[in-house]
Every structure is written in structure tokens, then in C-alpha cells.
Design a binder for this molecule. Structure first.
Ligand SMILES: [Zn+2]
Length: 309
């Protein structure tokens, strides 16, 4: 049996916009698109997404956006879908805006995103990460002056020292550690006692992806790894990580947890992993919104290794 066709389009990883970076730098073109009746706007409020009654991401016309109360920030140009420009705006206020079209509501995106099309979820991830970055980067990191937004939301510039500041993405490695026909999953102290997932950690400066996978595996679980392979990645807009999914071949099996990042780590065989994916047997893995789910599912669907190790 060949492995199942594996790498599905996972939430936030299916962005379909032409980001049209040359257009970002043309203020007249941007101003014309903001007024163009074919343009569409996705709305956020405090990181939540405006969702239509159907569960899809709501995309409003300029006429629908116009009467809304003051925007917290200038619109961000996300890109083009065909000829149609797509923007994102974020609304201010302490309570959810009520002046949105009837039947639409601001929802928590981790649960709502499963109802978005792949392209819309990607656009939402782009918008949410950009707005979060703007929210925390009002001042120049070099001289402390207030910075201004340029390039339709994709850059900030300091009027004093002319420094340019670009949105950040924080890379995180997340790895399916395997040895023979078993895989290593761990549980963080803040997790419910039944939830196990792949080990993960932030890349550090000067590190390769392979280095980070091996370092985190050893730090968190005392497991040394050999071969590391890249499988796929996922933007995670809470606020702006890039999850880099890998497999790692363990060189030993004696687990020593660090006790801080992990409360528990265990080896599981494929039957156990498949039961966890189905939600049977009292243990769980993360839901399908998380890349960990897909790394575990990919491995669990592979046939056993002949003759064991
Ligand atoms: Zn400056």
C-alpha cells in the first residue's frame, strides 16, 4: 500500500493572492483600488475575523465598508485575486463593532477558519500577522521616533533616521520524531492530560532548520536525532510564526524530559496514533487546523517498516 497522498492544503497555507508587490508602492493605484467597486475587504477586530452567516470569510465591497466606524489603521493591500484587489482593515473599539452587514459577526479565527476557503484562510493569516506587527511597532527600533506606514501596509519608515522596518515572521520547527515503527509525542504542562503532539521550538539566530530540530529534540526529550527531512510548512498567524514541519530519525529511545517545556513524552506505534487521530482510546492529538495533526496523520498512514528497525 503506497502512502496516502500526503500533504493536504492545511489551514492558512493555501494563500492564492498575487501579492503584486510593485503595486504596493504606487499610492495612486492603491487609492483607485480602494474606491473600485470590484475591490473586496476582509475585516478584523482585535484579531477576530468577520465571518458571513455561511461560515465563509466575509468580503465586503467599498460601499459596505464606507459607513463603518473609524478604522484602527489604514487599509492594508493584500494582493490581487484575478483583477480584483483584496484589502484588509481592522476596526477599533473595545466592543465588537455592530455596524457590520446583517448576519455577519466577528469570530475567534482558530475555530472559524475551518469554514474559510483555502485562499481566504491564507489572506486572513496574512492580514492578521500584518496588523499584529503594526500594533507593536509604532516606534523606530533604532532611534525611538514614531514611524509611518508605507507600501500599503507592508513596511514602516522612520521619518527621523530613515530606517526601514519590515514585518517579521518567526520560524518554528515542528518535528515528527520516529524510530522504527514508533513516533515520539509529548505533552506540554499547559495541555490537558490527554493531549499529545509533535515536539517544536523556535529557531535561534545562526541555526539551520536541521540544527534546530536536533537541538530541540535533545533539550526537550533527551533524544538525539540523525536525518532530518523537510515535509511542509504553515503560516500560523497567532501572531506570526512559520511552522516548518519535518521528520527526524531518532538515534536512541531513552527519553529524558526537561520538565519545563514538556510534562511527559512517550513513544507511540501507528495503531495508537491512528486511534488518537480518530479521538479513540482516551488520548488526543491536535485538531486539523494544526500542522502537527497532518504530520502525525502522514506518518500514521504509512505502512509498517518491514522487519522492524
Ligand atoms: Zn529612526
Amino acid at each position: 500500500v503506497p502512502p496516502a497522498p500526503l500533504w493536504p492544503i492545511i489551514p492558512f497555507a493555501g494563500g492564492d493572492l498575487d501579492r503584486a508587490d510593485v503595486r504596493r508602492r504606487e499610492p495612486e493605484w492603491i487609492a483607485a483600488r480602494l474606491a473600485d467597486p470590484t475591490s473586496r475587504f476582509l475585516l478584523l477586530w482585535r484579531g477576530r475575523a468577520l465571518v458571513a452567516k455561511s461560515g465563509a470569510l466575509a468580503l465586503l465591497s467599498p460601499a459596505e465598508v464606507e459607513p463603518l466606524r473609524a478604522l484602527a489603521l489604514a487599509p492594508i493591500f493584500l494582493g490581487l485575486r484575478g483583477e480584483r484587489a483584496v484589502f484588509a482593515i481592522t476596526l477599533g473599539g473595545d466592543s465588537p463593532p455592530t455596524d457590520v452587514p446583517p448576519g455577519q459577526a466577528f469570530l475567534e479565527p482558530r475555530s472559524a477558519a475551518s469554514g474559510f476557503s483555502a485562499g481566504d484562510a491564507g489572506a486572513f493569516a496574512q492580514a492578521r500577522s500584518l496588523f499584529e506587527w503594526h500594533r507593536h511597532h509604532s516606534f523606530c527600533a533604532r532611534c525611538g521616533a514614531a514611524t509611518e506606514i508605507v507600501d500599503a501596509g507592508h513596511k514602516r519608515r522612520c521619518p527621523e533616521c530613515r530606517a526601514e522596518h519590515f514585518p517579521r515572521t518567526d520560524p518554528v520547527v515542528i518535528m515528527m520524531i520516529t524510530r522504527g515503527d514508533r513516533c515520539l509525542l509529548g505533552r506540554q504542562p499547559r495541555f490537558p492530560p490527554q493531549l499529545f503532539t509533535c515536539l517544536a521550538g523556535f529557531l535561534e539566530p545562526g541555526e539551520t532548520v536541521e540544527d534546530a530540530v536536533r537541538r530541540e529534540s535533545f533539550e526537550e526529550a533527551g533524544i538525539r536525532c540523525g536525518e532530518v527531512r523537510y515535509i511542509g510548512s504553515q503560516p500560523w498567524p497567532f501572531p506570526s510564526q512559520l511552522m516548518i514541519g519535518c521528520t527526524a530519525a531518532a538515534l536512541d529511545e531513552d527519553i529524558t524530559i526537561d520538565g519545563e517545556e514538556l510534562a511527559e513524552a512517550r513513544w507511540f506505534d501507528r495503531a495508537e496514533a491512528r486511534a488518537m487521530l480518530r479521538g479513540e482510546g482516551g488520548l488526543w492529538v491536535p485538531p486539523t487546523i494544526a500542522i502537527a495533526h497532518h504530520l502525525i496523520a502522514r506518518w500514521a498512514a504509512q505502512p509498517p517498516i518491514d522487519g522492524g528497525e
